[in-house]
Design a protein around this ligand. Sequence first.
Ligand code: AMP
Ligand code: ZN
Length: 447
Amino acid sequence: MKLYNTLTKQLDDFKPISDVVKIYTCGPTVYNYQHIGNYASYIYWDLLVRTLKADGFTIRRVLNLTDVGHLTSDGDEGEDKLEKGAAREGKSVYEIADMYSKDFLENFRSLYLTEPDVIAKATDYVEADMKAVSKMTENGFTYETEDGIYYDTSKFENYADFARLDLKGLQAGARVGFNDEKHNVSDFAVWKFIKPGEKHAMRWDYLGRPGYPGWHLECSTIIHEELGEPIDIHTGGIDHIPIHHTNEIAQSFALSGKPLANYWLHANFITVDGEKISKSLGNVYLLSDLKERGFKPLDYKMWVLQGHFQGTRNFTFESLEAAKARRLNWRNRIALCYQKDIKSDDNIYNKVLDALNENLNSAEAFAIIDGATISLEDWKKIDELFGLNLINETPEITEDIKRIISSREAARLEKNWTKSDRLRDELAIKNIAVKDTSDGSVWEYLA
Ligand code: AMP
Ligand code: ZN
């Protein structure tokens, strides 16, 4: 399999470290609903997992849920997002984390995304975070300031490499007066102290003072505890490259002296109606908004898979309508397999899989599917490859429905239009239509 690797900045042939491919995905901060853009990347990583499985790999995958420490900026400024959510809704931080974790996981499942082996809540790893900070300190990578323990990025020679950062330029552009205690502008908190009187409900005692972990730390710690570095593949959004992932790599090096991951995959952002997704533009759509407009989460998954994880995508309801129609068309091609003996074109499944093995080119795989003749057996395998739930949603019709179809045929032959129309309506209620083709009549699903 070829994957575009942010680490090497090229298409690399995937070679696993051992028999079990270790994958880590940076998950959501559970302080609010996730919008459709957020789910796009999880859909691409699901395709990654499904493709690797189809290639015969065994996978161990971890996804984290950030329920502490993610500040409103990616740096060390601002409010903890969970505290912000709690204040907004008059709930406790624990209630907020619980509510939005549940919502995220429900949506995750409604998209038929392969369940990770471990779903790791950041708050379950705070003891391990403290051990990690102590270890990094012991190894000489941190220093203490009034508001926390900071990672000294000058101690990690390769700090700038991953994101090709211009550290001199960053240093020159740093705001005067901002956190004078930081040794370098790129240094970041691995642990934050809670000042007397400061409101922060989630707190743990470390070094004799209350505090909480820096946001970037949880991913390094969870990987250290659950997978062991280096892992095979680390995934996230492109916004993670310059700060979050750069800092994860630095921390893991300070912890273990090893690289964090061999392959890094980053999903690009989607826009809505040509604009950045933002509250002020009123274009923040949730999966529930799509459902209200008559779309299934899997129509959205189909839409996402029509594009590439590295490409910029523009979401419109017209394009979602087209993806929905394409999915229905595929289902009705499956329905046709129950009615006629359909044989696949040569090697069709392998051709589809080959396209995915070229840097997850699902758009190309979809084009191959559109242009091919596919048997029921191959549809089953293809469905498994994309997780589109096509087969389950397209069962063979019952004997009862078959009888209605025959009666309608008979009514039409007798030119009894009233009866045939009545039976057509009866079928429509059961979500079935009958289409007359040059090859005789066939039934289809209406939705
Ligand atoms: P947030 O909860 O806003 O921090 O978003 C979580 C993650 O979702 C971000 O770090 C991005 O990687 C991803 N994300 C946010 N907006 C988009 C978007 N418009 N398209 C794709 N991914 C996004
Ligand atoms: Zn992360």
